[in-house]
Design a protein around this ligand. Structure first.
Ligand SMILES: Nc1nc2c(c(=O)[nH]1)N[C@H]1C(S)=C(S)[C@@H](COP(=O)(O)O)O[C@H]1N2
Ligand SMILES: [Mo]
Length: 438
């Protein structure tokens, strides 16, 4: 048995202390590698630390006084030193009004695969309503044997499930098809988040209502000022669509649809109707505004594609990414996210030379179905100009395309949705990381 294994219960305080100061100096080295991505004071002071051998660990001021007392009742907040980590509205498309608006997740700061609720991206067509759950009602009607009405407490009595899934707006990336408009990954890819969702499969409720065998579609309608609504094919409704009230262990945030939203795994965010008040069953789609005037894709010869629900396999490097700066040659950890609306992630490749050569990245567990998956690649930067990008492969064998591959099949004009192309960052000799879409 090694000394390390003995340490926790061991009587020798000296041994434990040595052990931990050893870990500390290692921590400092790995901290330095990560820290060098960001310019600023931390880098300078960390560089001083690595030179010195840790002989004695001083007791910091925080260890010599009492801390803050526990508030009698409070909702915990992040450290004040993390105040820069925030959702942000886009700088690229300047909004003329704030009702139909969006804010983006700081993907460059996210750790692990779960997006904290306060950083979950937002997309609203008519602002965020304030809905009292005690007065919220959901109705299921149309081609069913018996129309049903539920209060929130009725719904929460059904057997629930909790599933990790990403949510991505079909407009994610629409500013960066043909030119480098976004400076950071938050702006280019931040209409993407991931949570553990808790709710009841819609199939359970439909079973009780008794769906007419001739029914083929369901309509979801929200209780917000936009009365946002979408038509969803019955196959998907029965396969895995959820009605959720939970998000990462607590009730949905108002921005995410409190107290009830539809959640359609792997499909464009738009169909996961928030503040859900009505599910109508029918035998054909309703061809609503959001499926005719909006959320359709321009195709060659002036045609438009309707009902392009699936968010296809995609990935992006989040670190290093736009706005960061490498502090000289050396070892860096390239990290990012890969996801697919069609299954799980099977592999991610990384290029360092703008797509000439590709190397296999490591996937971090868990790599779940229709969920953000983290990849890593350890890179020894020689200090020369580089162009880095990632390319993901999903469990169906689908390979993330390049923008020029997509352009062969579709027309890249106006507000093009569903941009899942390979996304490059350039690194200059000065270490600056920039959006390299051309
Ligand atoms: N009722 C309602 N549902 C809605 C919307 C809306 O404006 N109203 N926006 C949709 C769009 S376009 C997206 S991308 C997702 C965003 O979900 P989020 O704000 O929880 O990230 O919600 C969808 N559901
Ligand atoms: Mo969206």
């Amino acid at each position: 048995m090694s000394r390390k294994e003995k340490a926790p219960g061991a009587s020798s305080r000296g041994a434990t202390l040595k052990e931990s100061s050893h870990i500390h100096s290692q921590d400092r080295r790995s901290f330095l590698r990560g820290g060098t991505l960001l310019a600023g004071a931390t880098v300078a002071s960390a560089a001083g630390l690595t030179g010195a051998r840790a002989q004695r660990l001083e007791i910091p001021p925080s260890g010599k006084e009492m801390g803050h007392i526990i508030e009698a009742e409070a909702y915990g907040m992040p450290s004040k030193f993390e105040a820069k980590v925030k959702r942000r509205r886009t700088d690229v498309l300047v909004n003329k009004q704030n009702w139909s608006d969006w804010s983006m997740t700081p993907l460059q700061s996210q750790l692990g695969i779960v997006t904290p609720n306060g950083l979950f991206f937002e997309r609203h067509h008519a602002g965020v309503p304030d809905i009292d759950p005690d007065h919220h009602v959901l109705v299921i009607h149309g081609m069913v044997k018996q129309p049903l009405k539920f209060s929130m407490s009725d719904l929460m009595r059904y057997p629930s499930v909790s599933k990790f899934h990403f949510l991505e707006c079909s407009g994610n990336g629409l500013t960066d098809w043909t030119k480098a408009a976004s400076k950071t990954v938050q702006q280019s890819h931040g209409l993407l988040s991931c949570a553990q969702w808790t709710g009841v499969p819609l199939a359970t409720l439909l079973d009780e209502a008794g769906v007419d065998p001739a029914a083929k579609w369901a309509l979801f309608e929200g209780a917000d000022g936009s009365t946002h609504a979408r038509s969803i094919p019955m196959d998907k409704v029965l396969a895995d669509t959820l009605l959720v009230w939970g998000q990462n262990g607590e009730m949905l945030r108002p921005e995410q649809g409190y107290p009830l939203r539809a959640f359609v795994p792997g499909w464009e965010g738009n169909v996961s109707v928030k503040w859900l008040r009505r599910v109508k069953i029918g035998d054909q789609p309703w061809h609503l505004r959001s499926e005719t005037a909006r959320y359709t894709d321009p195709m060659p010869e002036g045609k438009w594609r309707q009902f392009s629900f699936m968010m296809e396999c995609k990935s992006v490097i989040t670190r290093p990414s736009g706005g960061m700066k490498l502090q000289g040659p050396g070892s860096y950890e390239i990290e990012g996210f890969a996801w697919s609306g069609n299954g799980s992630i099977k592999a991610v490749d990384v290029t360092l030379d703008g797509g000439k050569n590709w190397r296999e990245a490591r996937l971090e567990e868990p790599a779940l179905d229709k969920c953000l998956t983290r990849f890593r690649y350890t890179w020894n930067w020689d200090g020369g100009p580089a162009k880095i990008a990632s390319r993901a492969v999903d469990s169906t064998g689908y390979v993330q395309p390049t923008v020029s591959d997509i352009a062969k099949a579709r027309a890249l004009v106006g507000f093009v949705q569903h941009h899942n192309g390979v996304f490059p960052w350039s690194i200059g000799q000065d270490g600056e990381v920039k959006n390299a879409i051309v």
